[in-house]
Design a protein around this ligand. Structure first.
Ligand SMILES: [Zn+2]
Ligand SMILES: [Zn+2]
Length: 313
């Protein structure tokens, strides 16, 4: 008698609902990542040519600014500080809005983003970190891998059931994640629509799509990715951590505070990433303001004594 052949592993309900391949990325998912990297880059180059020729309207720049701030808030405040690290709590509608804005940045659905980022903290700059510039070794190869190579060349997704089980069980976040293509398209359609409404010209829709949609996506991508690459390569350190994270001052404003990345690795749950008065952290200030008006609570703060204890002597 032979033992019965065990049935092949089947996707569990949450995996199916997330639409995630558990063992490897499909060629389609990888092709999507390539498109999402290349198209905004080409659009940015085209926009620079238009700018050079003086063909830009104030409505285009206003749309760029509004959608830039909304989607950086979605990623850095929503996906990162709220969902990944639970640095603060907020109302259901703010949580939903931040998750939608983050999805409009087109860096993946919230659960996928959070799983990758928690895995980054678990293995920080060691084997298993999905985007460390120090694995693989070699300066340029490492930086390129941490910046964008890990997105287009990877074969294995971070397991959402291992790294983001809390969110897999969260019906709101799961539902928003399932509608990810809709939010990504909305991030392009809304600036096009507003461009048309504000200028009253069909051309306004096209330039709105270009600046508020694609150029904005390009800038937000590269600021976030620079925190992954440069934020583990150049800049200052002052705490004892086992990784090679660094504070990148030049990105403090465009990242709205997320580039105080070494502070963040030292105290991952802190709602403020800027820990000194001059470390400008607009998101940290916004969370404090929301706390004052009752829109945020359970805001994690690190006492100056705990900071001092971790400082390099
Ligand atoms: Zn990091
Ligand atoms: Zn983090």
């Amino acid at each position: 008698m032979t033992a019965a052949t065990p049935p092949p592993p089947r996707a569990t309900a949450p995996e199916r609902e997330l639409g995630l391949p558990q063992r490897e990325f499909s060629p389609l998912a990888r092709a999507f990542n390539v498109v999402v990297v290349v198209v905004p880059f080409v659009a940015f180059a085209f926009a620079v040519v238009l700018l050079w020729g003086g063909i830009v309207h104030w409505t285009d720049l206003a749309l760029l600014a509004v959608f830039y701030v909304a989607t950086v808030l979605g990623i850095a405040m929503g996906f990162h500080r709220l969902l990944t690290h639970r640095s603060f709590q907020t109302t259901t509608w703010v949580r939903a809005l931040l998750a939608v804005f983050g999805s409009m940045a087109v860096q993946g659905p919230p659960i996928v983003w959070v799983a990758d980022h928690r895995r980054h903290h678990t293995f920080a700059d060691d084997e298993g970190d999905p985007h460390s510039p120090h694995v693989p070794h070699g300066m340029w190869r490492g930086l390129l891998h941490a910046h964008v190579g890990w997105l287009v060349g990877r074969s294995e997704p971070s397991d959402p059931l291992r790294y983001a089980r809390d969110l897999v069980k969260d019906p709101l976040i799961r539902r928003i994640g399932a509608l990810f293509p809709l939010w990504a398209l909305l991030g392009l359609a809304l600036p096009a629509l507003l461009g048309f409404v504000l200028t009253g010209e069909p051309e306004g829709a096209l330039t709105g799509l270009l600046w508020g949609g694609l150029v904005r996506m390009f800038l937000v991508h590269h600021v976030t990715w620079s925190v992954n690459s440069l934020g583990h390569y150049v800049g200052r350190r002052r705490f004892r951590t086992t990784d090679r994270s660094s504070n990148v001052i030049a990105l403090a404003l465009p990242s709205l505070g997320d580039s105080w990345h070494h502070n963040h690795h030292a105290f991952p749950r802190s709602a403020s990433h800027g820990l000194r008065w001059w470390e400008v952290d607009l998101i940290g200030l916004l969370i404090k303001a929301m706390e004052r008006v009752g829109l945020a609570w359970d805001v994690v703060e690190i006492s100056s004594e705990d900071q001092r204890k971790k400082e390099v002597a």
